[in-house]
Design a protein around this ligand. Structure first.
Ligand SMILES: Cc1cc2nc3c(=O)[nH]c(=O)nc-3n(C[C@H](O)[C@H](O)[C@H](O)COP(=O)(O)OP(=O)(O)OC[C@H]3O[C@@H](n4cnc5c(N)ncnc54)[C@H](O)[C@@H]3O)c2cc1C
Length: 385
């Protein structure tokens, strides 16, 4: 219903690319937490960062089902951290560049981002709080032809090794939702510093805490209109949350497929594991849950691609798909017995990486708040104009 022959050709070639150009390096990336530049450049050369970017910036301007394939196949090489680094660049930083960047910014940063020459990150969360976005404390004060930024951000994907930062900051500290703006900050701007954080999973990605100490940037680095930062962020959250829902169904599907293959080979009490009814029924239940989420996520992708503002549905997608993935991966690990707990097998990393799903990009509790407001209080969220 959603994928054409062209999509399938793309899936096959992207899969082959990943197995040839990325899989041989995954173990190293997981250990170092550093993705070397030649990998980013190869993605750029192949056009993978520009699947949904307009052609005038070297993008391919394709439909969102190419993004779905990009996300799904990245999950299936089992490094949530590597996948996160790629999609945070292509769909968090680059979405803001595409939608709010001035022509000058796009010429300088978007084309180079498509080509994998410049890497970006999106900085919203702060040490004092992530869920309460409007309560952020980082400030940007106008001074002649510049803005001066002060404050800090944390848990930022690509936060240490990226070349530019898309930063949300308060331009009016009195106004809550209407006082926030978005800026582009160069990594080498004076006063920017970053520290790498150690974490449970997503080991291949550099998650950083970033400080801005009197960072002076040109006023032309303001993205979009001053004071519109909050609606811009909320608008793009729909895509980010759907992405996280898609990632969740893809990694859960990978876990089920892996468990089924394993159960065919492993024997207990004289027969293969896939002959035990209790396990067969568990697998049937897991596969059904994956399929339900997948179909929902595809249908919401179609609506987003057609221009619908799917805030509620994208929140539902992330809420349920990430919960489903955690449970399915937990159960798939069980199918492998002791081997499931070993790093030599994929389930241990998959379980760790999956746990970020209900936290990053809006926690499950916050998503429930949004959904409740929409279905109980009939609140209507509108895209930024
Ligand atoms: C590996 C990783 C990568 C990340 N990448 C990025 C990134 O690239 N860019 C970025 O900006 N951020 C990023 N984040 C941050 C992430 O989006 C935040 O961690 C998340 O939004 C939650 O914010 P917090 O951690 O400050 O939790 P808090 O806001 O302190 O919340 C703590 C707990 O309280 C709950 N809670 C808070 N408010 C309410 C409420 N009103 N009702 C009910 N429960 C509530 C939360 O659900 C949570 O369970 C990343 C985080 C991680 C761990």
């Amino acid at each position: 219903m959603y994928f054409t022959e062209e999509h399938e050709v793309f899936r096959q070639s992207f899969k082959e690319f990943l197995h040839k150009e990325v899989v041989p390096y995954i173990e190293k990336l997981e250990k170092t937490g550093t993705i070397e530049r030649f990998i980013w450049k190869k993605f750029g050369e192949m056009g993978y960062f520009g699947l949904n970017t307009p052609e005038e910036y070297n993008g391919l301007n394709l439909d969102l089902f190419y993004a779905v394939i990009f996300l799904e196949e990245l999950q299936k090489i089992n490094s949530g951290g590597f996948a996160a680094a790629m999609w945070a660049h292509a769909y968090l930083a680059m979405t803001h560049l595409t939608k709010e960047g001035s022509e000058e910014i796009k010429q300088k940063y978007l084309t180079a981002s498509v080509e994998g020459e410049l890497i970006g990150c999106l900085c919203i969360t702060e040490p004092f709080g992530g869920s309460d976005v409007a309560g952020m404390r980082t400030t940007a004060v106008k001074k002649g032809d510049s803005y001066v930024l002060n404050g800090s951000k944390t848990f930022i994907t690509n936060g240490v090794y990226s070349d530019y930062l898309i930063v949300a900051a308060k331009t009016d500290v009195e106004a809550k939702h209407n006082g926030m703006s978005i800026f582009l900050v160069d990594r080498d701007a004076k006063g920017v510093s970053a520290t790498k954080l150690d974490k449970l999973g997503w080991k291949a990605s550099d998650t950083g805490e970033i400080a801005f100490d009197n960072v002076e940037i040109p006023a032309s680095n303001l993205m979009g209109e001053e004071g519109k930062g909050f609606p811009y962020i909320m608008q793009h959250f729909a895509l980010e949350r759907l992405i996280m829902g898609i990632n969740a169904h893809a990694r859960a599907e990978f876990a089920v497929d892996y468990a089924i293959d394993y159960m065919k080979e492993r024997t207990a009490f004289g027969k293969s594991l896939d002959k035990f009814q209790a396990l067969r029924h568990k697998i049937a239940e897991m596969a059904s849950e994956v399929e339900m989420c997948k179909e929902f996520n595809y249908s919401i992708t179609k609506r987003l691609n057609d221009g619908d503002y799917v805030v509620k549905e994208a929140s539902m997608s992330k809420l349920l798909s990430t919960k489903m993935a955690d449970q399915v991966i937990y159960d798939a690990l069980q199918m492998l017995g002791g081997y499931g707990y070993m790093e030599e097998y994929p389930m241990a990393r998959l379980l760790r990486d999956s746990r970020l799903g209900p936290i990053g990009g809006g926690t499950s509790e916050i998503l429930k708040e949004i959904i409740a407001k929409m279905i109980i209080d009939k609140k209507d969220y509108k895209p930024a104009t």
